[in-house]
Ligand binder design. Structure first.
Ligand SMILES: C[S@@+](CC[C@H](N)C(=O)[O-])C[C@H]1O[C@@H](n2cnc3c(N)ncnc32)[C@H](O)[C@@H]1O
Length: 253
C-alpha cells in the first residue's frame, strides 16, 4: 500500500489507492493532526498543497484560493472535483514562480519522495517572505504493533521492513525541524499525534506483510502460519497498531 503512493498511476490498483486515501482521511485521528496542520498555516489562503491527493485538504483550507498539485493524473482528476485550481507536477520541481504562495504544505507526501530535501527547498522557493511551510508525516520508527500470540521477533522484523523497505523515507519526519533550520525557516514548531488502530483490516495492509516481504524478511512457512493465526484472532484478542504523525511548521524569513 505504501510504495503505491510514490507512483499512484503506475501502481497495481490506482482506483483502490484513491479510495483508500479518501477512506483513511476521514478517520478522527487523521482529522486530528490535519486540524493542527491547518492551524499552523495561520490563516493563509493562497496555499499550495503539494501532493494534494483527492483534494479534500485544499478544499477545506480555502475554497477557490488554495491550489492543489499532485504527480498522479488520477489524484488530480479527483482533486479537480473539489478544488478550482489543480496542477499536475512533481514536488522536486514545482511548476510555479518564486514567492507565488502565502504558504506551502505537504501532508504524507515527503515520506514517498526520492529527493525530499529538494522538495523542501522548492516549497520554500514558491512561498513568499514571512509565509508558512507546513509538513505532516508519520515517522515509522514510532510504529508499535502487538498481535497476541505472535512472537516479538516476527513483529520486530515486520516493523523494521515497514520502516526501511515500505517507504523511501519512512523516518524523514524526525529530520524535519533540522531541515527547516537548514533552509533558513524561523519559528519552527513541532506537534505530534498518534493514530491507534485495533482492527487489522484498517492497519495499512498488515495482514499480508509477511507474504509481501517473505524473501527480504526471511520469513519461514511457520512464521507466516503464526502470523496468519494471530491476525485471524487479532481483533478479539486485543491487537494494537499505533504510529505517530508529526506536524512541523516554520516561517520563511
Ligand atoms: C499518501 S497520499 C496523501 C494525499 C494528501 N496529501 C492527503 O493528505 O490526503 C500521497 C500523495 O502524494 C502524491 N505524490 C507522490 N509523489 C509525488 C511527487 N513527486 N510530486 C507530487 N506528488 C506526489 C501521490 O500521488 C499522492 O496523491
Amino acid at each position: 500500500m505504501t510504495v503505491t503512493y510514490a507512483n499512484v498511476d503506475g501502481s497495481s490498483d490506482p482506483a483502490r489507492a484513491l479510495e483508500w486515501q479518501e477512506r483513511i482521511d476521514a478517520w478522527p485521528a487523521m482529522q486530528a493532526y490535519k486540524r493542527i496542520a491547518f492551524e499552523r498555516l495561520e490563516g493563509a489562503r493562497v496555499v499550495l498543497d503539494v501532493g494534494c491527493g483527492p483534494g479534500e485538504d485544499a478544499a477545506a483550507i480555502a475554497p477557490g484560493a488554495a491550489v492543489g498539485m499532485d504527480s498522479s493524473r488520477l489524484m488530480c482528476e479527483r482533486a479537480s472535483t473539489r478544488v478550482e485550481q489543480v496542477v499536475r507536477g512533481s514536488a522536486d520541481r514545482l511548476p510555479f514562480r518564486d514567492e507565488a504562495f502565502e504558504a506551502a504544505r505537504a501532508d504524507r507526501v515527503i515520506q514517498h519522495l526520492a529527493d525530499p530535501e529538494t522538495a523542501l527547498h522548492e516549497m520554500a522557493r514558491v512561498t513568499r517572505s514571512q509565509g508558512r511551510i507546513v509538513v505532516a508525516d508519520p515517522d515509522q520508527e514510532t510504529l508499535t504493533i502487538h498481535v497476541p500470540g505472535v512472537p516479538t521477533a516476527i513483529t520486530d522484523k515486520l516493523k523494521e521492513l515497514r520502516r526501511d523497505v515500505g517507504y523511501r523515507n519512512g523516518t524523514f519526519a524526525r529530520e524535519l525541524p533540522a531541515r527547516f533550520r537548514e533552509i533558513g525557516l524561523r519559528d519552527i514548531t513541532i506537534d505530534a499525534t498518534t493514530l491507534v488502530l485495533t482492527d487489522p483490516g484498517d492497519a495499512f495492509g498488515v495482514p499480508s506483510w509477511p507474504i509481501q516481504w517473505r524473501e527480504v524478511g526471511g520469513f519461514s512457512d511457520g512464521d507466516v502460519a503464526l502470523w496468519e493465526r494471530g491476525i485471524r484472532q487479532a481483533r478479539r484478542a486485543g491487537m494494537i497498531y499505533a504510529v505517530t504523525y508529526f506536524v512541523v511548521a516554520g516561517t520563511k524569513r
